[in-house]
Ligand binder design. Structure first.
Ligand code: F6P
Length: 335
């Protein structure tokens, strides 16, 4: 990964007309990223083009011209003004050929794609088949993209989950019940671990770590005997089904257990300050990198909170893993 300073007076831009799209699951902060992309384009004399409904819109030619004013009043809004979709067609060579035809017809020589792993894979395939310069911007609540410490939307999703955990803690304590809270994350447990640690969850089940239900039931019995008044188990959807976990705990420990599935609540809502500023920085650097002549890359945020870039191929081959100590910390502090 190389750091990108992006400052200073830019020379002549390597691109003249840049498309911007959001694809895959929406994430709070995508609008802030679109805004930054469009306004940075305008400042560099680049024409910004909005592609609607992500890769689906690229296949079907759903494009419109944007300008600085068309992105006013969106920085604080969740969702995405360009809409989003998951496209099966784009996975096929025929679908991508249609997308390449859209790019040619519109005259785009650069493309900023804001999305998660699926979007990045689609962009890597496109980059191998046509000459458009592409920058991927990590936008997903899952935080599971390699090449960046944080993805746009993760912080908001964690805070949304945390707010629910705090509320459920009240009723868990009042009724002395176990509560299982299922959060999103099919492949990765970042939302579960971060919200679980911050909410003082008694246990956090994630896809990256083995789940031992016998041990968990034993812990619930011990916590009951110790006089613990409430018990929250946060489960990432990819680790186990929340319903199965709740049933198993009730059977195995004898303590009443209830389930809350947070679902799509985690995807919406006003982005946090952190997500808005991350999205703004990444959107700005994405355009600056295109203007400098970079192609087939992904931007991200590195350990030192600097903006960095790596190749799209690298971003899709690596897997971002939970720091191993987090599981240990969750267990030790569960008490
Ligand atoms: O990738 C983001 C995500 O919200 C995952 O956490 C979740 O499993 C998935 O999208 C749900 O996808 P869909 O919107 O296709 O139901």
């Amino acid at each position: 990964m190389t750091q990108h300073s992006g400052g200073g007076r830019p020379g002549r831009s390597a691109v003249r007309r840049v498309g911007v799209l959001t694809s895959g699951g929406d994430a709070p902060g995508m609008n802030a990223a679109i805004r930054a992309v469009v306004r940075t384009c305008v400042s560099l004399g680049i024409e910004p083009i909005g592609v609607e409904r992500g890769l689906h819109g690229l296949v079907h030619g759903q494009v419109r011209a944007l300008d600085g004013r068309s992105v006013s009043g969106i920085i604080y809004r969740g969702g995405t003004m360009l809409r989003t979709a998951r496209s099966e067609e784009f996975r096929t060579a025929e679908g991508r050929a249609q997308a390449i035809e859209t790019i040619r017809r519109v005259g785009m020589d650069g493309l900023v794609a804001i999305g998660g792993n699926g979007t990045y894979k689609g962009m890597a395939a496109l980059a191998a088949e046509c000459s458009v310069a592409i920058v991927g911007v990590p936008g997903t609540i899952d935080n599971d993209i390699s090449g960046t410490l944080y993805t746009i939307g993760f912080d908001t999703a964690v805070n949304t989950a945390l707010d629910s955990i705090d509320r459920i803690r009240d009723t868990s304590e009042a009724h002395e019940r176990v509560f299982v809270i299922e959060v999103m994350g099919r492949e990765a447990g970042f939302i579960a671990m971060e919200s679980g640690l911050a909410g003082g969850a008694e246990a956090v089940l994630v896809p990256e770590l083995p789940v031992n239900m016998d041990e968990l039931c034993e812990s619930v019995r011990r916590w009951q005997a110790d006089g613990k008044k409430s018990c929250i188990i946060v489960v990432a959807e990819g680790a186990a089904s929340g319903a199965d976990v709740a049933a198993c705990i009730e059977r195995g420990s004898g303590v009443p257990a209830r389930l809350t599935v947070l679902g799509y609540i985690q995807r919406g809502g006003r982005p946090t300050a952190r997500d808005r500023s991350l999205a703004t920085r990444l959107g700005y650097h994405a355009v600056r990198l295109l203007a400098e002549g970079q192609r087939s890359i992904a931007v991200g945020i590195s350990e030192g909170e600097n903006v960095c870039a790596c190749s799209l191929d690298k971003a899709i081959t690596g897997r971002r893993l939970l720091p191993p100590e987090m599981g240990e910390i969750a267990t030790v502090t569960a008490g």
